[in-house]
Design a protein around this ligand. Structure first.
Ligand SMILES: Cc1cc2nc3c(=O)[nH]c(=O)nc-3n(C[C@H](O)[C@H](O)[C@H](O)COP(=O)(O)O)c2cc1C
Length: 317
């Protein structure tokens, strides 16, 4: 069973992934947040940093992209394979209207013919292509017409988040619909969605015992040791975990400081990081508030000191 880290734009960038792998570990495969090809035919620098240089970024990494045309698919296939990657992931799940209106992300799910046309003209089997998708954009049966096409075109793996795009992240995951597809596709399907603790994982694993791949996102950001718990790896002591958290934070801060210009830019990255990181601490709301209201690096450092003076949450082992 492979446990992967879901891509979360703004949270699981290369800086986070690098620090996590160095300080915590337990994840078998990482996915980049989606890359896009801009109208001018260029991949922007921030997106390039996710995958380049290969030697620095490649470790168990699957680059992800958004695309709505065969040209874009061909572009990404050539780009990633030239860099040295052997896998790539097509995002057909993004639910945001800015993306779906352009016929990308889950905007492709009501258009099986379009998906087929893109694959027919744009995919040359240079590397393994997997797809991350939802059940549909507006309707949870749209996926039924998409999956047979993906199988026909030699898509290596499907990762299904059983919500529809219209839901965004609201409501619950639809395990009944996942089950329908699991009965048909079994280990070809990977599961993603709402695994926040070991019990959530067990529930999914019991329902779908043939699963080969479970992808976790927000659950990991709130509990860095969730993969340990899922895999039955003994947790480090509380003192060690506190140090690991400190080192995570310090490495992330250092990496951002190494290439961003000025305190404002660094704070724009560090503050969102705490939205999830704070949940490792007792008094997480107080911790987050202190971070959010700090202005300038000095005050920020004081807020960080305050956070690390708090107990770690007991339920985190
Ligand atoms: C802030 C945020 C950013 C996300 N960015 C991406 C992305 O770049 N690519 C993608 O495929 N999914 C993205 N997702 C969806 C997640 O990968 C995942 O499918 C979703 O959070 C459900 O899994 P979870 O409940 O384990 O977090 C994002 C989700 C959130 C909340």
């Amino acid at each position: 069973m492979k446990i992967s880290l879901a891509p979360l734009q703004g949270y699981t960038d290369w800086v986070f992934r690098q620090a996590y792998q160095k300080n915590i570990g337990g994840i078998d495969e990482f996915y980049t947040p989606f890359l896009v090809l801009q109208n001018d035919g260029i991949v922007k620098t921030a997106h390039k940093r996710e995958v380049e240089p290969y030697d620095d970024k490649c470790n168990n990494l699957v680059p992800q992209f958004l695309c709505g045309s065969s040209e874009e698919l061909s572009f990404f296939e050539a780009y990633f394979s030239e860099l040295g990657y052997s896998k790539m992931n097509w995002n057909m799940g993004c639910p945001y209207p800015m993306v779906t209106k352009k016929g990308k992300g889950s905007g492709l799910l009501p258009k099986p013919n379009k998906v087929e046309e893109i694959l027919e003209k744009g995919f040359h089997n240079k590397l393994k292509l997997s797809v991350k998708l939802r059940l549909g954009l507006l309707d949870d049966t749209e996926v039924d017409a998409i999956l047979p096409i993906l199988k026909d075109y030699n898509i290596s793996e499907i990762i299904l988040h059983p919500r529809i795009g219209k839901q965004l992240y609201k409501g619950t995951v639809n395990l009944n619909r996942f089950n329908d597809l699991y009965e048909k596709y079994e280990s070809y399907l990977g599961y993603n969605g709402d695994i926040g603790c070991e019990e959530d994982f067990k529930k999914v694993k019991n329902l779908f015992p043939e699963l080969q791949h479970v992808m976790i996102g927000r659950g990991l950001l709130k509990d860095y040791w969730l993969p340990y718990k899922i895999k039955g790896i003994a947790l480090p002591s509380s003192d060690i975990r506190r140090n690991q958290l400190k080192n995570m934070h310090n490495d992330i801060f250092k990496l951002y400081s190494s290439y961003l210009q000025g305190d404002t830019q660094i704070m724009q990255k560090m503050k969102p990081f705490w939205e999830y990181f704070s949940s490792h601490f007792e008094n997480e709301k107080k911790v987050l508030k202190a971070i959010k209201k700090s202005v300038g690096i000095k005050k920020y450092e004081q807020a960080v000191e305050f956070a690390f003076s708090q107990q770690l949450k007991v339920d985190k082992g």
